[in-house]
Design a protein around this ligand. Structure first.
Ligand code: NAP
Ligand code: G4F
Length: 344
């Protein structure tokens, strides 16, 4: 039996790591694009490391960047993937207001660079675009595949561009190219400046006496938060259908940021109101108030359904934060502070 080859952009991200696990379980040969950094950025996939000297190796990483079309072409020629999962992006909405041009370049143009590389090389592969509920922006919920887009951030605008580029290459060149329109999905591997991870980390650290409070922005925003490990299965399913199509992936439930904080703090026996402070730095010039997805098409056509809902997600994220803290709670153990800019 021939082994299928997948290429993942953004393999070092939250979704990339779960998707890699899934595809390795399915016996794929997995290739991932990693951007060069002065420090290691592969922590989320290090547990999947395979010795390159091993003949049975199934996971390969390659340096590359979405801004470098020549490299994308040479990688496609080298790897010849059957399926491409395009997950790489500047994915932080608040940061996109600070870096709109960079976000447009990676999150928007990065997609067309990759599509054009596929066309140039003439690869008969299947292509997944990581589209986002952020494209719906101000459109009232519930949002589904036919809801008109009204993006509210440079990130949302860039994702709309990438969405239409994907559809255009499907229509113009007959490519098997799909958009997965995923609503927020979280996990213990979520980037530390997204609100769920920020709250889960704070609840655990406050419980263990490492800090007193956490600063947040808009507590009224509502999101449809699912579990990332379940959402990558939907990505794979989208590339296994007879015809390419676009699908919303969501739980169909709605919780506010305040609700999420309440669940996390209650899980460790604390009252969120005693610990959450307001900082206007975390507000956005224009906000997305309410996202709730209608994923009935995915249920019907892909047979995909989520099982983890927001309250359980909050608990599992707090538990994951507590585990290492309880393990290393030896008196005098230094706690590291991050020097990353405070945009998130
Ligand atoms: P993430 O954790 O932020 O991961 C983003 C990935 O993109 C990382 O591997 C990052 O590399 C890589 N990347 C960024 N800029 C790059 C560049 N110029 N060249 C090459 N690689 C680059 O995001 P995620 O949560 O896994 O999300 C995956 C995708 O789904 C993203 O496109 C995101 O916009 C989209 N999406 C996410 C959600 C969600 O709720 N998570 C919902 C809808 C859509 P480093 O590790 O080096 O930073
Ligand atoms: O966690 P967030 O930063 O995620 P956001 O903006 O919804 O974007 C995420 O989901 C999108 C799908 O809809 C993805 F496409 C995108 O890549 C990303 O993964 O913020 C969620 C909500 C916002 O309304 C924000 O204003 O939480 C609010 N919030 C309140 N205080 C905060 C904070 N967000 C962050 N990051 N930090 C805060 O302190």
């Amino acid at each position: 039996m021939t082994v299928k080859k997948a290429l993942i952009t953004g393999i070092t991200g939250q979704d990339g790591s779960y998707l890699t696990e899934l595809l390795l379980q399915k016996n794929y040969q997995v290739h991932g694009i990693v951007r060069r950094a002065s420090t290691f950025n592969t922590q989320r996939i290090d547990h999947l490391y395979q010795d390159p000297h091993d003949k049975e190796i199934q996971l390969f990483t390659h340096y590359g960047d979405l801004s470098d079309s020549t490299r994308l072409v040479s990688l496609l020629e080298q790897v010849q993937p059957d399926e491409i999962y395009h997950l790489a992006a500047q994915s932080h909405v608040r940061v996109s207001f600070d870096e709109p041009e960079f976000t447009g370049n990676t999150t928007g143009l990065g997609t067309i660079r990759l599509l054009e590389a596929i066309r140039t090389v003439g690869l008969p592969c299947r292509f997944y675009q990581a589209s986002s509920s952020e494209m719906f922006g101000a459109a009232p919920p519930p949002q589904h595949e036919d809801t008109p887009f009204h993006p509210r951030s440079p990130y949302g605008v860039a994702k709309v561009y990438a969405y239409w580029a994907t559809r255009n290459y499907r229509e113009a060149y007959g490519m098997y190219a799909v958009n997965g329109i995923l609503f927020n999905h979280e996990s213990p591997r979520r980037g530390p400046t997204f609100v769920t991870r920020k709250i889960a980390t704070a609840a655990a650290r406050i419980k263990t006496g490492l800090q007193d409070s956490v600063y947040l922005g808009n507590l009224d925003a509502r999101r449809d938060w699912g579990y990332a490990a379940e959402y990558v299965e939907a990505m794979w399913l989208m590339l296994q259908q007879e015809q390419p199509d676009d699908y919303v992936i969501a739980t169909g439930t709605s919780y506010s940021v305040r609700d999420f904080a309440e669940h996390c703090f209650a899980h460790v026996g604390l009252d969120w109101r005693d610990h959450v402070r307001f900082d206007e730095r975390y507000l956005r010039p224009s906000e997305v108030e309410d996202l709730v997805g209608d994923a009935s098409k995915a249920h019907r056509m892909l047979g995909w359904k989520p099982t983890t809902h927001t309250p359980e997600l909050a608990r599992l994220m707090v538990d994951a934060e507590l585990k290492p803290l309880l393990r290393s709670s030896i008196p005098g153990t230094p706690q590291r502070a991050s020097l990353a800019p405070t945009a998130g």
